[in-house]
Design a protein around this ligand. Structure first.
Ligand code: ADP
Length: 426
């Protein structure tokens, strides 16, 4: 189980890491509202949406940072016309490339020596690179950080969501993170968006809303809108999944022309249907509340309901056990307690003990999923393991104390479980 957590609390006492963590959290506190732009699959216009929203917010006078963590296909520098520029390094800090006085950008693409060579990095390396970007880039005070991450629910979105959410002890703004999900209108995209919303719910990441891109084609000749990819799929999904619908952006040749010229189309508001639609989304975002720390705490409460992916009214909590107490090294524990919980009364119906299969990366999440678990309460857990649990629709509660397991579960169900830092956050 080398890929899963094996580090102990020693990692947290490394003085160099403590200094780095403090700097990281200082940077994150300065970032204001953080919008993480996600999509279930590539090519739906996620980067286009991220670029246009960042430019639109900056045009509204907000201080905006646009961060591109698409390690394999960074397109933000090109979309903003700064792909030939190099970020400055001043006193050990990276300065974002300035598009104007309100908007700065940083992209992994601007730091790569050779844009033509593909990046082949495994998960932990990606996590390290994203963490370093968040720590080293001196944005200064921002009103908004817009993040363009690669499509899907892989390493990069997971890393950025977790890093931006910050530690629970970080008061004053570290929780101010929301996802924006971009989709196209056709039915095919439905499963992708569902996966994206589930991913956010597994991570307790609030969803600011869904944006339907490529929603009809506005004919430049006659202005008639033709529904090339059907219509309203995004709106229907948003209603079905209980998240806000932020708007529909039509297919518009000006988007492509603007993207190629490094001038996002929203700059042409009044002259292009897509530009007008982007402006409307920006206005909605400006009016919509950023998730406050209190709201996010509410989402974090262990209530049974859609946000815990318990639509089927089922709740099973797994806890790694050693000598009757929660075992803080879940990857090395000899047995697991699985509690069957009545989600309505939030009381336990039964508890069974299970011996896990031999350690192999990915085995425990799949095994616990087979046992029906949809929550795991643990002391520490590494980033890769958390991702594997999310993929198995199991919500992870990290930082629980090594108390008797019954007490841990009772406190969790009462909403009074005290959790600390993740000793495996490396
Ligand atoms: P993703 O980030 O999801 O992979 P991109 O933002 O790179 O997608 O967009 C893919 C392509 O689609 C680009 O060529 C972009 O210019 C084009 N595109 C995106 N949205 C629109 C739109 N509303 N109208 C026309 N072309 C669009």
């Amino acid at each position: 189980m080398s890929d899963l957590c094996s580090a102990g609390p020693a990692a947290a006492s490394d003085p160099e890491k403590e200094i780095e963590d403090a700097l990281l959290h200082h940077r994150i506190r300065q970032m204001g509202r953080k919008l993480l732009v996600l999509s279930g699959k590539g090519g739906v216009g996620k980067s286009t949406v991220a670029a246009n929203l960042a430019v639109g917010l900056a045009r509204a006078g907000k201080r905006v940072g646009l961060l591109d963590v698409d390690i394999h296909g960074p397109s933000i520098p090109k979309l903003l016309g700064v792909d030939q520029q190099q970020p400055e390094m001043v006193g050990g800090e990276l300065r974002p490339v300035r598009v104007n006085h309100c908007l700065g950008i940083m992209s992994i693409g601007l730091l790569l020596c050779d844009a033509a060579t593909p990046v082949i990095w495994r998960g932990p390396r990606k996590f390290g690179a994203i963490r370093q970007l968040l720590k080293d880039v001196a944005w200064g005070e921002l009103d908004y950080l817009v993040v363009d991450s690669p499509p899907g629910t892989g390493d990069e979105p997971l890393a950025i969501a977790e890093l931006l959410a910050g530690p629970k002890s970080c008061d004053g703004g570290c929780d101010n993170v929301q996802a924006l999900i971009v989709t196209t209108p056709q039915d095919l995209a439905v499963a992708d968006v569902r996966r994206c919303v589930s991913f956010c719910r597994m991570l307790n990441l609030p969803v600011a809303g869904i944006i339907e891109n490529m929603s009809g084609f506005a004919c430049p000749g006659c202005g008639q809108v033709i529904d090339l990819f059907k219509k309203e799929g995004g709106r229907r999904l948003a209603a079905e999944m209980g998240v806000a619908f932020l708007g529909a952006i039509p297919i518009d040749p000006c988007v492509v022309v603007g993207g190629d010229a490094g001038q996002p189309v929203v700059m042409a508001t009044g002259q292009s249907p897509a530009a007008n639609a982007f402006s409307s989304v920006v206005q909605l975002l400006l009016k919509s509340p950023a998730t406050s720390v209190a709201d996010t705490a509410k989402v974090r409460l262990p209530v049974a309901g859609p946000q815990n992916n318990l639509e089927d009214n089922r709740m099973k909590i797994a806890v790694p056990v050693e000598n009757g107490r929660l075992c803080t090294h879940f990857g090395h524990c000899a047995e697991f307690a699985v509690y069957d919980v009545d989600p309505d009364t939030r009381s336990t119906r039964s508890m069974t003990m299970h011996v896990p299969p031999p350690h192999e990366p990915g085995v425990l999440p799949a095994w616990l999923h087979e046992l029906g678990a949809n929550v795991i309460i643990t002391g520490g857990m590494g980033q890769r393991a958390r991702q594997l649990f999310a993929e198995n629709a199991i919500q992870v509660v990290i930082g629980a104390p090594p108390d008797p397991v019954d007490t841990v579960v009772a406190n969790y169900l009462a909403g009074s479980l005290q959790t600390g830092a993740n000793p495996c956050d490396h």
